[in-house]
Design a protein around this ligand. Structure first.
Ligand code: RP5
Length: 161
């Protein structure tokens, strides 16, 4: 089995349905990834330990999804130098606005690339990670070209119909 180069982290297993959509895209591109349920609040020490060691063990990009007081991506970014992409997840009471603001409003010096709320954000997080990886991987680059062409053609086909 190939060593994972992308980590998909999530604050709870209740996030798996949405964050799994990021995994499905990475799988289509044949990019090895691992999934970790780690919470900035419920497992703070384990989260920091993972964030600190991810780069050294070969992870090149971290995708971190969480909902509510969504500090996961920010905490991970505070302890990792590799790119961290945050996915704010939808919440029952505030619709994910809470997650969005918690993820996006990082102080200068510690960036998180914040995606859209929910499923679109999870999918785009995978595509953004692939974009980063494509800088040094021609196969991923041409895969992204094909993906984008397919997307364009599917819209054009709708117009024809
Ligand atoms: C966050 O709290 C998780 O990322 C999840 O989105 C949310 C709710 O978690 P559960 O109570 O469902 O475990 O930490």
């Amino acid at each position: 089995m190939k060593k994972p180069i992308v980590a998909i982290m999530m604050g709870s297993d209740s996030d798996l349905k949405v964050m799994g959509e990021a995994g499905a895209i990475l799988k289509k591109f044949d990019v090895p990834y691992e999934i970790k349920v780690l919470s900035a609040h419920r497992t703070p020490e384990e989260t920091i330990k993972y964030a600190k060691s991810a780069g050294a063990k070969g992870i090149k990009v971290i995708i971190a999804g969480a909902g509510g007081a969504a500090h996961l991506a920010g905490v991970v970014a505070a302890h990792a130098l590799i790119p961290v992409i945050g996915v704010p997840l939808e919440t029952e009471h505030l619709g994910g606005i809470d997650s969005l603001l918690s993820t996006v409003q990082m102080p200068s010096g510690v960036p998180v690339g914040c995606m859209a709320i929910g499923s679109s954000g999870a999918k785009n997080a995978a595509l953004f990670a692939l974009g980063i990886l494509s800088l040094s991987d021609k196969k991923i680059y041409s895969g992204l070209e094909k993906y984008r062409n397919k997307l364009t053609n599917s819209v054009l086909a709708k117009n024809k119909r």
